[in-house]
Design a protein. Structure first.
Ligand SMILES: [Zn+2]
Length: 160
């Protein structure tokens, strides 16, 4: 039995914050605003897994008004979501994600993001796709005001 889930996440980009995507600190003069480490890629993947499980979203499990999650490592939150998936008897088959960011170009950093996510998801790296697109200089992403991520995930029921 298979289940599919989708997740999207947007964070505002501001000066004085690190830009973390898939657990990788990206060299940038702007970073993502948010309560945890504001890792939009990891948040979108987490929401996709929760969606496949019909378990709400990240905000339900890790409320942003809870000081416990302030500056939290989002890969740690994803690990908890994966634990939940295993509790439901599911494993990850594959993930496909698109990061929409005007700059910098992510071509050379996606390998690290894929490795971090694969390790946390407990799958091989070739089961995790991370694509990078710009906003073509229009809308919030294109003006460099935001980073947006879309992710889709497939889960399979463990056979045992
Ligand atoms: Zn987020």
């Amino acid at each position: 039995m298979f289940r599919v889930g989708i997740g999207t996440d947007t964070h505002r980009l501001i000066e004085g914050r690190p830009l973390i995507l898939g657990g990788v600190r990206v060299e940038s003069d702007r970073g993502a605003e948010g309560h945890s480490d504001a890792d939009a890629l990891t948040h979108a993947v987490s929401d996709a897994v929760l969606g496949a499980l019909c378990e709400g979203d990240l905000g339900v499990h890790f409320p942003d008004n809870d000081s416990q999650w302030k500056d939290a490592d989002s890969l740690e939150l994803l690990a908890r979501v994966i634990w939940l998936a295993h509790e439901h008897g599911y494993r990850i088959v594959n993930v496909d994600a698109t990061v929409m960011l005007e700059q910098p170009k992510l071509r050379h950093t996606v390998a690290g993001m894929r490795a971090n996510l694969a390790k946390t998801l407990n799958v091989e790296v070739d089961c995790v796709s991370v694509k990078a697109k710009t906003g073509e200089r229009i809308d919030a992403v294109g003006r460099g005001e935001a980073v947006t991520v879309q992710a889709i995930v497939l889960l399979a029921k463990e056979s045992n």
